[in-house]
Design a protein. Structure first.
Length: 156
């Protein structure tokens, strides 16, 4: 008899009281064989199936263009910017004149703007705006919206 027929005869035995144990042994043997085959298949896939080839970036995406800058800021320009803080009531426009006089007449009280705190900026273009803490509440303020008497005209 061959080994396979001996193995099969071991599990066909019906008069042996250990028949149930032998069937459990057969199920464990089949499960072990299945796991070994699955492991062999996984290892074979790793070595047989090649990795996808890398795609190199386009040459124009690697070109770094030189940034255009207007040069260094002079001390006078730096002082001028510092003298015009963004959210202070005493802020003056860059060019004084009729616009400045009109703005002075429409400015709300000093204490009103103290209740607004800039938390962040979002968006771009026409959908840009700011996130501000107004009287303890967070608000999204879009371009053109009014808050405590002030209008958000531009974000730069």
């Amino acid at each position: 008899m061959s080994r396979a027929s001996l193995l099969l005869s071991r599990y066909r035995e019906t008069s042996d009281p250990l028949r149930t144990e032998r069937r459990i042994e057969l199920a464990a043997l089949l499960l072990s064989m299945f796991l070994v085959l699955q492991l062999l298949y996984s290892v074979a896939r790793i070595f047989i199936i090649s990795q996808p080839e890398a795609i190199l970036p386009a040459p124009d995406s690697l070109v770094v263009r030189e940034l255009q800058h207007s040069g260094l800021v002079s001390a006078e320009q730096s002082n001028e910017v510092r003298a015009r803080p963004v959210f202070w009531p005493s802020r003056s426009p860059l060019n004084g004149g009729a616009e400045a006089a009109a703005a002075e007449n429409t400015k709300p009280g000093k204490n009103e703007l103290d209740k607004v705190k800039l938390l962040g900026i979002f968006g771009e273009g026409d959908s840009a705006g700011i996130i501000a803490l107004v009287k303890g509440n967070k608000k999204r303020i879009l371009l053109g919206d009014k808050v405590v008497g002030w209008t958000l005209d531009a974000i730069e």
